[in-house]
Design a protein around this ligand. Structure first.
Ligand code: ADP
Length: 503
């Protein structure tokens, strides 16, 4: 669950980072495009300003030509006009209109004489007049040629606006150029992000505007999307792995702390049980010690006889050794039981372990008037576990069984059955006591759940944790014939491993 929500958070963070990368790309692209548009605008502005200056120059030279004679030397003007038009294709018409005639007459017949005359009349002195034609597609320039202070000729240049505003170099993608006459008193609103500047000319008030059709948030190209996606995915994967490793390390540390606590609790439990066991141990020791004493006394008597039978003497000594070993075993078991050694996982024979527990609890069984025995199906299952801790599990279960049958009428039995089931080794402790109450069934493994006046309620909670530490499980139920059954299930050592363990 935790892992899933962590992955969802990483996914969301990854998507956010991916989105931010795309936004950063779009912003960068946008500022790059704006800079390119600005650059193209400045270049075109310079070029148009130069072109516009040329118009002034042409009109001035034509004006000089017209003033050279009276009447104006139309043939020469015509020749000059033809060569201007040939060299400057944006100048699509040149005319000279005689204003003295009524109606005014065009001498080259390329411009509307009425319009030229109207503009010329409004021109002050030699000032230039401008007028937009064809809805802004063409520009009319009109200038009066003054002869002896009185000019009755008007010069007209017709300019193709598209050619005037044509760029010599390619414009940025999506850019559109607009060149128009500025109408006095009319300030047109420029679109955002566009380049706009007035042409530097005293005579021709023109405004250049460059707009772009590029979107405000351009979508990154596929290659960028794929690369950014890959980088973000790899980073997310790496972060996920790092977090996974960190939480695994935290989990391992937490388990180690728990194992340490359990080991201490288990030790405290064993030391606590020592009191109960003491009288049983003493009783068990009495037997071999009495036997040793008897054999030693018999041996001493034999030695006192001159013809002592060597074979009988040797037999007495052997019995002494055997019983001394038995006493040593009993004490060794006790030492192992209360030892506080570090938990060590080793191969454990469950049948042998069950036998040890029966020995340890022999006195408890006797005082409960119960029979405690091992039921063995001959399978001799081996498991990997800490011997002392697993022994404590079986000890707790068997002792609970003995406490359950105590005071019961009739036969009192507690059986530790060892067998196998599939790949598992199973150790079942059953008794013919009253069985588990409904409440006990629900809360059996809860710490501090007890129904005994002097009980602590920690035994079964500890058993579950110890068994789980060895990858096993502990379950409890009531037997059909009455009484409770506690089953410890542990992975069995099989095949080769078993042979190696035996060696
Ligand atoms: P404690 O023995 O200190 O009570 P445990 O954790 O060993 O703590 O057991 C908890 C409770 O489970 C017991 O108090 C008892 O009510 C119930 N219980 C355990 N084993 C048996 C059993 N064999 N038969 C019936 N009840 C049992």
């Amino acid at each position: 669950m935790l892992r899933r929500s962590r992955r969802a958070a990483i996914l969301v963070a990854g998507l956010v980072v991916f989105g931010l990368a795309c936004a950063a790309y779009a912003l960068n692209r946008r500022s790059h495009d704006a800079a390119a548009l600005e650059e193209a605008g400045r270049t075109l502005h310079r070029v148009i300003s130069q072109r516009v200056d040329q118009h002034d120059a042409h009109l001035t030279s034509l004006s000089a030509l017209v003033q050279a004679a009276e009447p104006a030397p139309i043939a020469t003007v015509e020749q000059v006009a033809a060569s201007i038009i040939r060299f400057y294709p944006r100048i699509v018409g040149i005319d000279v209109v005689d204003l003295a005639l009524d109606p005014p007459r065009p001498l080259l017949d390329t411009a509307d004489p009425a319009v030229v005359a109207e503009e010329a009349r409004q021109a002050l002195g030699s000032n230039l007049r401008t007028r937009s034609l064809d809805g802004g597609n063409r520009l009319l320039l009109v200038k009066r040629a003054l002869t002896d202070g009185v000019g009755h000729y008007a010069l007209a240049l017709v300019i193709d606006m598209n050619r005037l505003s044509a760029s010599d170099t390619p414009l940025p993608e999506g850019a559109a150029v607009q060149l128009r006459l500025i109408e006095p008193g009319k300030a047109a609103a420029e679109p955002a992000g566009a380049f706009s500047a007035d042409i530097a000319s005293r005579t021709q008030p023109l405004r250049l505007t460059l707009t772009t059709s590029a979107p405000n948030w351009p979508l990154p190209p596929l290659g960028f999307l794929a690369l950014a996606g890959l980088v973000v995915a790899l980073a997310a994967l790496l972060i996920d792995r790092l977090l996974e490793a960190r939480s695994a390390a935290q989990e391992a540390a937490r388990k180690a702390v728990l194992a340490e606590q359990d080991a201490r609790l288990a030790h405290a439990g064993r030391v606590n049980a020592m009191g109960e066991l003491a009288s049983g141990i003493a009783h068990e020791l009495t037997q071999p010690l009495t036997a040793i004493l008897g054999q030693a006394q018999a041996g001493r008597r034999l030695l006192a006889q001159p013809d002592a039978d060597q074979a009988v003497l040797a037999g007495a000594f052997e019995a002494i050794v055997r019983n001394a070993r038995r006493a040593g075993d009993i004490l060794g078991r006790l030492r192992a039981w209360i030892s506080k050694s570090e938990p060590a996982v080793e191969t454990v024979d469950l049948t042998e372990l069950a036998g040890e527990v029966v020995h340890l609890l022999a006195t408890n069984a006797r005082s409960a008037g119960a029979t405690l025995r091992v039921g063995d199906d001959g399978s001799k299952p081996l498991v990997r576990a800490d011997r002392v801790q697993l022994e404590q599990v079986v000890f707790n279960l068997a002792r609970n069984g003995l406490e359950a049958v105590e005071g019961r009428d009739g036969e009192r039995n507690v059986i530790i059955e060892v067998g196998t089931q599939g790949n598992d080794a199973v150790l079942a402790v059953s008794d013919n006591g009253p069985g588990l109450s409904l409440e006990a069934q629900a809360r059996l493994f809860e710490p501090f759940f007890t129904t005994k006046p002097a009980g602590l309620g920690l035994g079964l909670a500890l058993c579950v944790r110890l068994v789980e530490r060895f990858d096993g499980a502990l379950a409890a139920e009531n037997a059909a014939a009455g009484g409770a059954v506690f089953r410890v299930r542990l992975p069995r050592i099989a095949g080769e491993a078993r042979k190696e363990a035996a060696e």
